[in-house]
Design a protein around this ligand. Structure first.
Ligand code: COA
Length: 189
């Protein structure tokens, strides 16, 4: 069995991502938003989790298993979006991508990471807490439907305890993803 891989998002990925984006988010991004970030924003980094193109064919896997990105603002990586394929939740894919984003951010020079999350988004909040983010603020009516947003921030990304946590989460995510690929959760293709 070949595990998926993480690669930079390209414009060609948007045909697959946009329908998923609309399934997953209450306020989906437009294609133009991704297009601008991919072509005209040197601060932006976007990654996708996809079946390994070099691996054995895996017809039951969707072309995109997850996607996410961050904006590097001076020394802070602001996670701009993150999602796992809606038919492949609970398979460690969101965790895998988040760790990959945090490591990519560190490689680009980020010292910390921040993000905003809906107060009601328990799965995302739990994921972020697991990866070391803590609530550092609240923005009232941050979202278009009036829901409050929580601001979450990491300790220094270089912190040894945080790195140990990320390494453990990464290994856990890969093992869980392997289990799901061996026994897929979604409808058979
Ligand atoms: C948040 C999201 C990316 C998690 O991805 P996922 O692949 O389903 O999650 P994983 O299998 O990697 O789970 C990792 C951790 O996330 C948390 N988590 C995931 N699903 C959860 C759920 N239904 N309830 C509570 N916690 C959950 C847990 O901490 C979990 O670790 P654990 O199983 O050891 O407790 C996914 O739910 C998603 O795409 N949501 C829609 C988009 C979104 O809300 N993005 C965040 C915007 S701020």
């Amino acid at each position: 069995m070949t595990l998926p891989c993480i690669t930079p998002m390209t414009l060609a990925d948007l045909d697959d991502i946009m329908p998923l984006e609309r399934r997953v988010f209450k306020d989906p991004w437009t294609r133009r938003m991704y297009h601008t970030d991919l072509t005209d924003n040197y601060m932006a980094t976007y990654l996708v989790l996809r079946p390994d193109p070099q691996g054995e064919p895996q017809p039951r896997l969707p072309r995109i298993l997850g996607w996410g990105g961050f904006w590097l603002m001076v020394d802070e990586a602001h996670i701009s979006t993150i999602a796992a394929h809606p038919d492949w939740r609970g398979c460690g894919l969101g965790q895998w991508l988040m760790v990959a984003l945090m490591w990519a951010a560190q490689e680009r020079g980020a010292l910390h990471s921040t993000l905003e999350v809906r107060v009601s988004n328990t799965p995302a909040r739990m994921l972020y807490e697991k990866l070391g983010y803590g609530v550092t603020g609240q923005r009232r009516r941050y979202y278009r439907d009036g829901e409050d947003g929580l601001i979450m921030t990491t300790p220094p990304l270089a912190d040894a305890a945080l790195q140990a946590r990320l390494a453990a989460a990464y290994a856990d995510a890969l093992a869980r993803a392997a289990g799901c690929i061996a026994d897929p959760p979604g409808p058979a293709a």
